[in-house]
Ligand binder design. Structure first.
Ligand code: G6P
Length: 465
C-alpha cells in the first residue's frame, strides 16, 4: 500500500489514537483493524480523494512494525515515538494529570503532587507534541487545514504555528474543561504553556458551551483569547450506522444470549462504559443496591446489565477501579441473588455487538458520570433501542445540555437520589417512556459525525456550512 509520507495534504487530522491499528499475524503479515468512533466516521466524509491525512501514534507492536516496514493505509501516518517518551506523555501527563484535571478526579490529601517526576514526564509530553508538530509541518500543503484532537496534543497548535504560519489550525477538546479554580492547581508555568499552546490555533472547539466557557475563563491567566475563536460542536450519534449495525446477525445472537442471562419478564437496567474513574460505575452499582434495599418488590424482577470494558490498564488506579467494580458487583450478587436470579450481570470483555444487543433490550439506560465531555452512550441507546428506553442521565455529562429535558436527571454523587431515579425510570408509564425515547433519539442525532467534522472544517476555512 502506498505511504503518504512526503505528500502535500490539504486537510490533516492529528490524534493520539488513530483510525486503524495493526496486529502482527503468525505468518508475519499485518492485519489492519479499523477503529470505531465519531472522528473516524467523520473523517470518512471527507473521502480519500480529498487529500486528507491522519497523523496518529503507533500504539501496538503491529503498528510499530507497520511503520518499520513502511506499510500501512494511505491517508494515515503513524508516528513511532520512543516507547518511554510515549508512556510518559500518554500515561503520565495526558491520562494521569490532564484527564484528572478536566474531570476533577484528584483526591486530597495525596493528589496532586507536581514533583520532579512530573517535570520529567512533562518534558516527554513536549517531545511527543513536537513530534506531531514536525510531522504535520512536513506533510501539510501551503495554507492547509490542520485539525488537532484532544488533551494529548495541547501544545501542537502553538508549535505548528511557529513552524508553519501559513496553516489554518484548529484544536478540538473531547473532554470537559476544568473550572479555572481547579485548572490553577497546575504549576503556573505549565498552565500557561498549555493555554498558549492551544491559543496557537485559529479555532478551538468544545463539545458544549459549558466547557467552552470554562476554557475561556482560564485564558484570563494569559491575558485572554487574543485572535483565537471558540466554537461549540456537539458531536451526535451516527444514526444510519447504528441502526444498520445493530440489526446484523451477530447482534441478534448476542441478544438471545443476554435474554437468557436476564431471564424472561425481567426489566434490564443497562450501562456500557470503559472502566473509567469518571464514569462512576461503582456509585451506579451502589445505587442499584440501594434500589433493591428500598424496593424489595424489584427482587427477581430487574437485572443490572453492566458492561465495563478495560481501559488504560497500565495505570494502577484504573486496575484498582476495575477490581472494585468487580468486587461490588459480586457483593450485590451474593447478598441478593437467588438460584434463578443474578441481580448484576457484569461483562468486562469488550464486545461491540454485545453492547448493541444490550442497547436494544434496555428498559433503562444508566449514564451517571461524575464528569464527561459528552457521553455518546447516552445518545446511542435511544437510537438503537427496540421499544424505547428511559435514560437516567448525570447532569455532569455534556450530553445533558442536549438531552436533559427528556431524561431522568441525577446528581452523580447522590447514591440515594440515583436509586430513586432508577425506580422512577422503571415505573414510568410505557407511553411516556416511548415518547421521551423518540425525542431523545431525535436530539441525539441532530449533528451526525460527518456533519460535525465538516462544520469544523468549514468554520476553520471561513466557508459557509
Ligand atoms: C476519551 C478521549 C479520547 C480517547 C478515549 C479512549 O474519550 O477523549 O481521546 O481516545 O477517551 O481513551 P484511550 O486512552 O483508550 O485512547
Amino acid at each position: 500500500m502506498a505511504s503518504s509520507h512526503g505528500a502535500a495534504h490539504q486537510v490533516l487530522v492529528a490524534s493520539n489514537r488513530g483510525p486503524v491499528s495493526y496486529a502482527l499475524q503468525q505468518d508475519g503479515s499485518l492485519a489492519a483493524k479499523r477503529g470505531g468512533g465519531g472522528l473516524v466516521s467523520g473523517l470518512s466524509a471527507i473521502g480519500p480523494d480529498a487529500g486528507a491525512l491522519w497523523v496518529c501514534s503507533a500504539l501496538s507492536d503491529g503498528d510499530r512494525e507497520a511503520v518499520r516496514r513502511g506499510e500501512g493505509e494511505s491517508g494515515v501516518r503513524m508516528l513511532d515515538v520512543p516507547a518511554d517518551v510515549h508512556a510518559d506523555a500518554y500515561n503520565g501527563i495526558a491520562n494521569s494529570v490532564l484527564w484528572f484535571v478536566h474531570h476533577m478526579l484528584y483526591q486530597t490529601p495525596l493528589e496532586p503532587v507536581f514533583d520532579a517526576e512530573f517535570r520529567r514526564q512533562w518534558a516527554s509530553y513536549e517531545t511527543y507534541n513536537r513530534a506531531f508538530a514536525e510531522a504535520l509541518a512536513e506533510e501539510a500543503a501551503e495554507g492547509a487545514a490542520v485539525l488537532v484532537q484532544d488533551y494529548h496534543l495541547c501544545l501542537v497548535p502553538g508549535m505548528l504555528r511557529e513552524l508553519r504560519p501559513d496553516l489554518r489550525i484548529a484544536h478540538f477538546s473531547h473532554t470537559p474543561w476544568a473550572p479555572v479554580e481547579y485548572f490553577r492547581m497546575l504549576p503556573d508555568d505549565i498552565a500557561e504553556q498549555l493555554l498558549r499552546g492551544m491559543l496557537g490555533a485559529d479555532r478551538l472547539g468544545f463539545l458544549t458551551r459549558r466547557w467552552a466557557e470554562a476554557f475561556t475563563a482560564c485564558t484570563a491567566l494569559v491575558g485572554g483569547l487574543g485572535d483565537t475563536r471558540v466554537g461549540v460542536h456537539g458531536l451526535g450519534a451516527d444514526a444510519d450506522f447504528l441502526r444498520r449495525r445493530s440489526r446484523e446477525a451477530d447482534v441478534d445472537e448476542r441478544m438471545a444470549a443476554l435474554r437468557e442471562q436476564i431471564g424472561a419478564g425481567r426489566k434490564a437496567i443497562v450501562r456500557v462504559d470503559r472502566t473509567e474513574l469518571s464514569k462512576n460505575i461503582v456509585r451506579g452499582l451502589l445505587a442499584y443496591r440501594q434500589l433493591l434495599e428500598d424496593h424489595p418488590e424489584w427482587h427477581e424482577r430487574v437485572v443490572h446489565v453492566a458492561f465495563a470494558y478495560p481501559s488504560r490498564q497500565d495505570l494502577a488506579v484504573y486496575r484498582d477501579y476495575t477490581a472494585e467494580v468487580q468486587r461490588v458487583a459480586d457483593e450485590i450478587n451474593s447478598r441478593y441473588g437467588t438460584p434463578g436470579w443474578t441481580p448484576v450481570v457484569l461483562h468486562v470483555q469488550d464486545d461491540f455487538a454485545r453492547s448493541l444487543a444490550a442497547y436494544r433490550l434496555a428498559d433503562v439506560a444508566l449514564v451517571n458520570p461524575i464528569r464527561d465531555g459528552m457521553n455518546l452512550v447516552a445518545k446511542e441507546v435511544p437510537v438503537v433501542s427496540d421499544e424505547g428506553c428511559v435514560l437516567v442521565l448525570s447532569r455532569e455529562a455534556g450530553a445533558h445540555e442536549e438531552l436533559g429535558e427528556d431524561a431522568v436527571t441525577v446528581n452523580p454523587y447522590d447514591v440515594i437520589g440515583t436509586a430513586r431515579a432508577l425506580h422512577t425510570a422503571l415505573t414510568m408509564p410505557a407511553g411516556e417512556g416511548a415518547e421521551r425515547s423518540k425525542r431523545l433519539a431525535a436530539s441525539a442525532t441532530a449533528l451526525p459525525p460527518a456533519q460535525w467534522f465538516l462544520d469544523q472544517l468549514n468554520a476553520l476555512l471561513d466557508r459557509p456550512s
